[in-house]
Design a protein around this ligand. Structure first.
Ligand code: SF4
Ligand code: MSK
Length: 655
């Protein structure tokens, strides 16, 4: 537990939402250290590390490079700033790609076991999507049974991870011109795992010493993530658990209800959270909760697990990355169940000050101080029920004598898969991106931005950067697609409801949103679901009228509060897919001049996309808008066209 000598910093500087502010103050009163406190204690952080100029890849180091051009200019092995920073960037890309892809592999294994009938708690829910994926993987459909098709799809999906040669099959979903760019540069991923392993080899001492060559391999690795591992995760999850459809729900710490047994699921893999959803609705367990004096069971999510169960079940989101400790500080969280990625090691320490039990469930992610109750897919529901029961039994152990406050929530609409976007725009029977393309061409929608990624105490107050950037974009008629913690930030600010169009969007975007009945900011899911953004971009290209490559589209990407290595992999596959991508907070190569210059400029000539760094969210939004406008100009759609009403004679003349 923390000491009482906390610096008295204004809570406004830590979060923009009042539920979080209240819990930050409560944590302070309860003498609990949370991420912002630990961030302050870390100051000043290592400047070499921040600039990407520190290497400890061998025991002749650690080596630092002087960022001002004085000595030392080289590591002991002779590596210069660009090589050191590129290797570091490469390893971040590999770690991020590995996290997404290991998730994807787990889903593929469970999918295959489900298809074979080896596990009983999962089943195939979306057969249409199975057929679509089967066709993309070259699996014959004919008059074969769903089981036969699913087994072959599962085997092919799983094989993509360990594939050694050729091309990862789903890369064919990219526009043809994009594939040509990749083939010409030798960037087609040969196998999801292969590129990750090769990145670790290349960045070992004394291997790849050419920063551009390392960045090429970053692209190969990241493409294997976005168009491979992440895409497999999203596709197979949709087939197993259902493709999301628009769903109304709520967001923020008020998802925890004082009268209920509260369970938080936190992490990433829906294999676990889907079963917790089922267990929390089990009548026997609901009755058990009532017998302990609770009104019922409330389930809420944190981070991407939250997005997964929101998208498919409308379960309220309790919070994003920096709210994980705050959920425990409410004092009404009976159990926090975690699996993998983005989990603070501090959770059991924070939980000690309350009554919360923290359960780790994944063999890849044990947490010292947590209760480890390992989850296996072959008895998934049974373990999920055990976890829910543990939470219920913990309900009478709440510590405060005072009544607990019901914190606030905000309404949101989630569940916008790339399929539902085309249904909503084109109608169920003629699902199509045509109306989106037409509205981009006629200028009502200026462009499309993917705003994604994490939270970071460096970028405090929490959510401020996401919300300011997204408001600025929609104000200028840019339709925003979101995933991950960024979507949760904007949901808390009330941007994920159709009414936000009238209040915050520019006139063109507002008109389209009001006509179709969609919010100006569409929630597409979790971090692996950034693959939905890639598929949507490819579908827009295919629909026609906006060039023949993603690099031609008036689109941009951003992660204003990023923190994880996964964000670097996502950013690199956006860039390698031809997207201009702006990060805020810090950028891990800033001390390496030639490398940074290449990532921010030169790389565009090679692969069509490029990186940018800007921490001011309004300025960053305008960089994106400028880029969108430059693409509109190149497409010749920068001038608003007069709407011409044709009479019959004009129509005949056209014929
Ligand atoms: Fe230093 Fe080179 Fe070893 Fe890195 S690889 S620690 S720069 S000697
Ligand atoms: S959870 S990677 S903090 S978005 Fe996907 Fe949020 Fe970033 Fe984790």
């Amino acid at each position: 537990m923390a000491s009482k000598d906390k610096p008295d910093k204004s809570v406004d500087s830590k979060s923009i939402d009042s539920a979080s502010q209240k819990m930050i103050l409560k944590a302070c009163e309860d003498n609990v250290d949370i991420s912002w406190d630990r961030f302050e204690k870390q100051q000043p952080q290592c400047g070499y590390g921040l600039l990407g100029l520190c290497c400890r890849h061998c025991s002749m180091g650690p080596c630092n490079i002087n960022p001002f051009g004085d000595e030392p200019k080289l590591g002991v092995c002779g590596a210069n700033a660009d090589t050191i920073a590129a290797r570091h960037f490469g390893r971040m890309t590999a770690a991020g790609a590995a996290a997404h892809s290991d998730h994807g592999r787990g889903v593929a294994q469970t999918f295959l076991a489900t298809a074979k009938g080896e596990i009983k708690d999962y089943r195939i829910k979306d057969e249409q999507k199975l057929y679509k994926l089967a066709m993309d993987l070259g699996v014959e459909i004919g008059d074969r049974s769903v089981k036969e098709i699913a087994i072959e799809v599962g085997e092919k999906a799983l094989a993509m991870f360990g594939q050694q040669e050729g091309e990862v099959a789903l890369l064919k979903r990219a526009p043809l011109k994009r594939q040509e760019v990749w083939r010409k540069k030798g960037l087609m991923s040969r196998g999801v795992d292969r590129e990750i392993v090769e990145m670790m080899h290349r960045t070992h001492i004394g291997v790849d010493m050419d920063y551009k060559n390392i960045i090429d391999h970053c692209s190969r690795t990241a493409i294997g993530d976005g168009w491979g591992g992440s895409m497999i995760a999203t596709e197979l999850q949709d087939i197993l658990f259902g493709t999301p459809m628009p769903v109304v729900s709520r967001v923020n710490l008020g998802a925890l209800v004082p009268q209920d047994v509260n369970i938080i699921v936190h992490g990433h893999e829906p294999l676990l959270s889907e079963m917790i959803v089922a267990a929390s609705r089990d009548p026997e367990l609901v009755n058990l909760a009532k017998s302990k004096g609770a009104k019922g069971i409330s389930l809420g999510g944190i981070c991407c697990t939250a997005n997964e169960i929101l998208m498919r079940h409308g379960i309220p989101i309790a919070g994003n990355f920096l709210q994980q400790e705050l959920a425990i500080a409410t004092g009404i969280c009976e159990a926090m169940i975690v699996d993998v990625q983005c989990i603070f090691q501090s959770l059991p320490t924070v939980a000690k000050c309350y009554h919360t039990k923290v359960f780790s469930t994944n063999t890849r992610g044990k947490v010292e101080g947590a209760i480890h109750l390992e989850f296996h897919e072959d008895h998934a529901l049974e373990t999920a029920k055990k976890l829910v029961r543990e939470a219920i039994e913990n309900f009478p152990n709440r510590k405060s004598a005072k009544p607990y406050e019901q914190l606030e929530t905000v309404d949101l609409i989630g569940g916008f898969s790339h399929e539902t976007i085309s249904y909503l725009l084109g109608g169920l029977f003629r699902a199509s991106y045509r109306p989106l393309n037409d509205n981009i061409i006629n200028g009502r929608i200026r462009g499309v931005a993917g705003v994604v990624g994490c939270n970071n105490p460096r970028m405090s107050p929490l959510d401020d950067y996401h919300v300011k950037m997204v408001k600025e974009l929609i104000k200028h008629d840019v339709l925003v697609l979101q995933t991950g913690c960024s979507a949760i930030s904007c949901a808390k600010a009330g941007l994920l409801v159709p009414e936000a169009a009238a209040e915050f969007a520019g006139p063109g975007l507002a008109e389209v949103c009001e006509t179709v009945g969609i919010p100006p900011v569409l929630h597409l899911g979790s971090c692996v679901d950034n693959s939905r953004i890639l598929i949507a971009a490819a579908a827009v290209v295919k629909e026609g009228g906006l060039g023949d490559d993603i690099a031609d589209l008036p689109v941009a990407g951003a992660a204003p509060e990023w923190m994880s290595e996964k964000a670097i992999s996502i950013g690199q596959y956006f860039v390698a897919s031809g997207v201009y991508t702006v990060f805020g907070g810090s950028f891990p190569t800033m001390g390496a001049k030639r490398l940074t210059q290449y990532l921010f400029e030169g790389i565009e000539k090679d692969i069509g996309g490029k990186w940018a760094f800007e921490s001011d969210p309004i300025k960053a939004a305008h960089l994106m808008i400028q880029h969108i406008d430059s693409k509109r100009k190149a497409l010749g759609i920068d001038k608003a066209k007069e709407r011409v009403l044709l009479d019959m004679a004009d129509r005949r003349a056209l014929d």
